[in-house]
Design a protein around this ligand. Structure first.
Ligand SMILES: [Zn+2]
Length: 235
């Protein structure tokens, strides 16, 4: 956290992957003024979700905290596919409905499931906003997501040498739809590859975004901070 503050990170949003990490993220956010939490059950953890009523009840309780500003990570993962698609979809939909009930945005995980994720978002319609985190779709999907009013999250892969396609997308999408993130401990930016990723390194993502858009680091920082504040209703 100290390294993050020294790198200019003003706020940290900690998403969850299951009930236990939801509890921990919410507790962490209550203890630190500059930390916020999202609670939710990640598609790789939906195996025991069942009908979901017990999980939804506890998520609803945790989300009462004003420091819990979103529901996530939720979505579909057809790479690991630890639960059948139908089960993942049911958990995804149920948690979008919870987010709508609570008036909070959703943080969406999509791995190798672009069509399924877009279809579910079109059907279930998160009413208080959504970010497709660690966006890995193509240009058409980026345009569709922006058209639906969603945000696109970008992280370490923007800095990887062989990722011109992703840089082209993030050079073109409207700046007021972009959020920068780390996905720590994963997806460490190029400059620190081989190390564990951490919040301080979001700076490398901001620098690369500034470079490809012909902006200053400060302009990117201001724009993406304003975007996060709008989506997560930060003061
Ligand atoms: Zn994810």
């Amino acid at each position: 956290m100290q390294r993050a503050r020294e790198a200019g990170v003003g706020r940290i949003l900690v998403p969850a992957t299951d009930l236990e990490t939801s509890r921990r993220a919410a507790r962490l956010a209550e203890r630190h003024a500059d930390i916020y939490a999202a609670v939710g059950v990640h598609p790789n953890s939906t195996g025991g979700f069942g009908a979901g009523s017990q999980e939804l009840g506890e998520l609803r309780e945790l989300a009462r905290s004003p420091k819990v500003v979103g529901i996530g990570e939720i979505g579909i993962d057809l790479y690991w596919k630890t639960a059948p698609l139908a089960e993942q979809k049911a958990a995804f939909r149920a948690q979008i409905e919870l987010a709508n009930e609570l008036g909070k945005p959703v943080i969406v995980h999509d791995r190798d499931a672009h069509a399924e994720v877009l279809e579910t978002l079109r059907e279930a319609r998160p009413r208080s906003g959504a970010v497709l985190h660690s966006f890995s779709g193509d240009r058409a999907m980026a345009e569709a997501a922006v058209g639906l009013g969603f945000y696109l999250g970008v992280d370490g892969p923007l800095t990887y040498k062989k990722n011109d396609a992703l840089r082209e997308i993030f050079a073109a999408v409207p700046l007021d739809r972009i959020l920068i993130e780390t996905d720590a401990p994963y997806l460490t930016p190029q400059a620190r590859r081989g190390q564990r990723n951490e919040p301080a390194y979001v700076r490398y993502v901001a620098e690369k975004l500034a470079e490809i858009r012909g902006l200053t680091l400060d302009e990117v920082a201001q724009a993406t901070t304003a975007n996060a504040a709008r989506l997560f209703r930060w003061e």
